[in-house]
Design a binder for this molecule. Structure first.
Ligand SMILES: [Zn+2]
Length: 224
């Protein structure tokens, strides 16, 4: 497990890391970018969203851009555990281009990131979902708001079973008190990096639905 590295320490480590390990294509190791042009062209996209029926009750549609496998999963892990927010700006741009090609009509929606607990956000230095929202906002010209907070520091979901994930997420989100009244009647896109069992998205959507959001869909980079 990585130890917490904060502020200046993380900044210095990040730069040492970048000097020691120059940017390489996650697929073929060619130097210069997260993915080289030719590997980028070979990426496999998901073309159809999942519709309600197979989804958690408050989520009407789940749009995921990629299957959760290499090189996308390596990039997500690199971004999260080597503290590189620019990976998510890159993945957000790739995904936004895919959404435009697929002609999704999202213009009446507001983007909302899945929040991290304060403790985890301090440790990572950024919230990957917020980084994705900022990128989608620019690329797709949609507003984004931090409607949610995460008061509890929940265990990381990736090592838990399906039932364990649901239990772990229960009551983990709360409304941002400054924006609670603004949720009513909104069409909201919950944004996260990966959807696995949907437990995180479901817990977040429940809080928004209780605050009278008109419609909630979810958008993730990858679907596991
Ligand atoms: Zn490559």
């Amino acid at each position: 497990m990585l130890k917490p590295v904060r502020g200046l320490g993380r900044f210095i480590l990040n730069n040492i890391y970048k000097t020691l390990f120059p940017l390489k294509c996650s697929s073929c190791n060619k130097e210069g970018s997260f993915l080289c042009r030719s590997c980028e062209k070979k990426l496999e996209y998901l073309s159809k969203p999942e519709q309600s029926g197979t989804l958690p009750v408050y989520i009407e549609q789940l749009i995921s851009c990629f299957p959760y496998k290499d090189p996308i999963n390596s990039l997500i892990i690199l971004g999260k555990y080597s503290f590189m927010p620019e990976v998510f700006a890159y993945l957000g741009k790739l995904s936004a281009a895919h959404l435009r090609r697929q002609r999704y009509d999202l213009k009446s929606y507001v983007l909302c990131p899945i929040p991290l607990s304060k403790q985890r956000q301090r440790w990572r230095g950024f919230n990957q979902s917020q980084k994705l929202c900022e990128t989608f906002s620019k690329e797709l010209r949609l507003p984004w708001r931090n409607f949610l907070e995460r008061p509890k520091n929940t265990k990381t979901q990736k090592d838990l079973s399906r039932a364990g994930r649901q239990k772990n997420m229960k009551n983990s989100f709360a409304l941002n008190p400054n924006l609670a009244a603004a949720i009513k009647g909104q069409q909201i896109i919950l944004v996260d990096d990966v959807a696995t069992t949907g437990a995180t998205l479901s817990a977040a959507a429940e809080v928004l639905a209780q605050a009278s959001a008109a419609k909630i869909i979810a958008l993730t980079i990858a679907r596991d």
